[in-house]
Design a protein around this ligand. Structure first.
Ligand code: CAA
Length: 257
């Protein structure tokens, strides 16, 4: 399929999805939402793809949901169209995802980054949930995912004052896994994606499922879930290959989908 607001490139087993609405700093209107979801779901169905990188421009990963599009809407518009709900499908992809964030990741932009599995930031990244300054609150999971990522005190401050945090603060707070110089961001993100895509595809899916379960259940249930998946990987040929390669002192060659 072809898209107007996202660019899709395939590089071996990794895919790069770039938000491409530069005049509006990648503001997330309905078209962007539908195209990001369609493009990533198409990649998710492709057995040749093992990891998806989502990025924006140097100035803006995404400056939020589209304020001009939302401004005239009524409660009934928002409710009946179930505004923003399609974004949940990004979090439900089975293929691991990496957000490569440079510049502004505000409001829906921060929420979009948090919907990805690994979050890498450039030293120019700026994160925040400034919706309160527009008289609204986050609507793509920001109040929940930011709180789980950085804790109540900082999430409350960001959501109640609208103040932003720079990349260094985001890394200290645990929102991002790593900060790299802006010029190296995409290269690093693609290298991480290539590493993930080189692993056993079903085992990577199980690892992703297990980590995500930590956000949705009690510790005891989460550990039980992990244990069941751990037992299940012994039914995957890649377990024999990975452990066999270690013992035979050679690199493993994992199967894919
Ligand atoms: N929606 C719609 N258009 C946006 C936008 C947004 N979120 N962010 C930027 N734009 C547009 C601007 O209107 C401007 O368009 P025009 O040239 O037609 O006027 C263009 O992008 C460039 O923006 P600026 O001139 O403002 O650029 P700047 O460099 O001076 O400032 C900025 C950059 C600080 C990011 C500023 O654009 C800004 O504050 N944007 C809004 C940030 C925001 O409040 N995001 C939250 C949105 S609500 C939300 O996301 C709800 C949710 O939970 C999902």
């Amino acid at each position: 399929m072809t898209y107007e607001t996202v660019l899709v490139e395939r590089k071996g087993r990794t895919a790069l999805v770039t938000l491409n609405r530069p005049k509006a700093l990648n503001a997330l209107n309905l078209q962007v939402m539908n195209e990001v979801v369609a493009a990533t779901e198409e990649l998710d169905r492709d057995p040749g793809i093992g990891c998806i990188v989502l990025t924006g421009s140097e100035k803006a990963f995404a400056a939020g949901a589209d304020i001009k599009e939302m401004r005239p809407r009524s409660y009934m518009d928002m409710y009946l169209t179930d505004w923003f709900t399609a974004w949940d499908r990004l979090g439900a992809l089975r293929t691991p995802t990496v957000a490569a964030v440079s510049g502004y990741a505000l409001g829906g932009g921060c929420e979009l980054a948090m919907l990805c599995d690994i979050l890498l930031a450039s030293d120019t990244a700026v994160f925040g949930q400034p919706e309160i300054k527009l008289g609204v609150i986050p609507g793509i999971g920001g109040s929940q995912r930011l709180t789980r990522a950085v804790g109540k005190a900082k999430a409350m401050e960001l959501c109640l004052t609208g103040r932003t945090m720079d990349a260094a603060e985001a890394e200290r707070a645990g929102l991002v896994s790593r900060v790299v110089p802006a010029a190296e961001l995409l290269g690093e993100a693609l290298a991480v994606a290539e590493t993930v895509a080189g692993m056993s595809a079903p085992v990577a899916m199980m690892a992703k499922e297990a980590v995500n379960r930590a956000f949705e259940t009690t510790l005891a249930e989460g550990v039980r879930f992990e244990r069941r998946l751990f037992h299940a990987v012994f039914a995957v040929a890649d377990q024999k290959e990975g452990m066999g390669a270690f013992v035979e002192k050679r690199p493993p060659v994992f199967g894919h989908r």
